[in-house]
Design a binder for this molecule. Structure first.
Ligand code: 5GP
Ligand code: ZN
Length: 122
């Protein structure tokens, strides 16, 4: 828990969010400003600022975090198979376009043609 971190507060339930999944380690909720029909944020409960802070010691929980992605995507409206899919995005640091400094994966998809931009809000 990091004081004044909005994603720590969402994980703890101190700030409301439209949660679609939570377990001991992770919380998943709808982005407040969706860039596509499906726009989820997947966060670890532990406070870690960004992918810039990841080391080999994080391989276990980070691997478990990544394995949640396909299931959450399909359960929340991303279409299956090669014609469907989703975009998995982790903005990291100011030059990576990160606004909330608590590591998160954007899961972005749903039936709308992708415009080919990298940033979710572009
Ligand atoms: P970043 O730019 O850090 O990769 O993305 C932060 C994301 O968090 C943005 O897409 C923004 O819409 C979302 N966001 C910011 N504050 C809140 C909030 O209080 N609740 C929810 N559900 N999403 C938020
Ligand atoms: Zn945090």
């Amino acid at each position: 828990m990091s004081e004044n971190c909005i994603f720590c507060k969402i994980a703890q339930g101190d700030i409301p969010a439209k949660k679609v999944y939570e377990d001991d380690e992770f919380v998943v909720f709808h982005d407040i400003n969706p860039a596509a029909p499906v726009h989820l944020l997947l966060i670890p409960r532990r406070h870690i600022a960004s992918m810039q802070d990841i080391t080999a010691e994080d391989a276990g929980w980070l691997g478990r975090m990544m394995t949640l992605v396909p299931r959450l995507a399909q359960e929340n409206g991303c279409n299956p198979g090669p014609e469907g899919g989703f975009r998995l995005l982790a903005n990291s640091g100011a030059e990576g376009g990160q606004e909330v400094p608590h590591l998160h994966f954007h899961i972005i998809g749903g039936s709308r043609p992708w415009k080919g931009r990298v940033a979710p809000n572009a």
